[in-house]
Design a protein around this ligand. Sequence first.
Ligand code: NAD
Length: 273
Amino acid sequence: MTTPMLSLNDGRSLPQIGFGLWQVPADQTARVVVDGVAAGYRLIDGAAIYGNEEGLGEGLRRMGLPREKVFVTTKVWNDRQGTDETRRAVAESLARIGVAQVDLMLIHWPCPAEGRFLDTWKTLIALRDEGKVASIGVSNFRVPDLERIIGETGVVPVLNQIELHPRLQQAELRAFHARHGIVTQSWTPLGQGRSFDAGPVQAAAARLGRSPAQVILRWHLELGCAVIPRSTRAAGLAENLDILDFSLTEAEMAAFATLETGERTGPDPASFS
Ligand code: NAD
């Protein structure tokens, strides 16, 4: 199975489906990476704060494919923002993963009260120009945060990884991203299972003979988003990738739109630091 690719605004491209390593125990991470690649995934979403970058690197070395076949993302954690600290944090992530370059480095949260995301962004631009990271982006950035970094540097992030699921559909951010050529990548795309029982999800799942998780992930693809569901089970990894041979109707998309409640599963980027 070939994962669809999305074009990035820096000329590179990104697999639309990947899997995430949050809460994957460090001692299982290499195995999960190997299983994910064997199932067909070509994008792995890591972060320094997940505490499993070494396992990610070990998985890349054991996966049986050339390193460049798999797109690797990692992130700068909140207490490593700022010019010098970000440089050190990126160097440490590369050392832990055991690679000379990652495909994508994100600022994990804007932490607006700390006031350091602009310096952090300028440092990522420099690190990209030095070849330490191939592409640069952000996570959990709000419209004003994006406007600030774009306005001050002229460099548009390739991607914003945000909480997005049927209960939190992020229409405003998706529209901003579309206008600026930023890929929307959905974290917690399954909304931790909270919409699995919802009528429109059940109805689409019954019509298609698919699981609620599969129809929700398909909904993300129909919106044009990239997704990074998490599963540590080989069967779950395979199920979440098997969403390319069916589609939702316009009526089903309209029914999913009614599931918005504005409820987050994670912190609010306005106040999290
Ligand atoms: P998710 O929406 O992927 O849900 C994961 C949960 O759903 C797990 O309990 C899993 O066992 C279950 N699940 C997975 N596949 C299933 C299936 N087919 N059927 C039934 N249940 C299934 O949520 P998540 O792990 O919170 O998010 C995914 C990834 O997003 C993370 O691993 C991480 O990489 C990323 N993330 C990023 C941020 C950020 O701030 N940037 C925050 C949270 C998560």
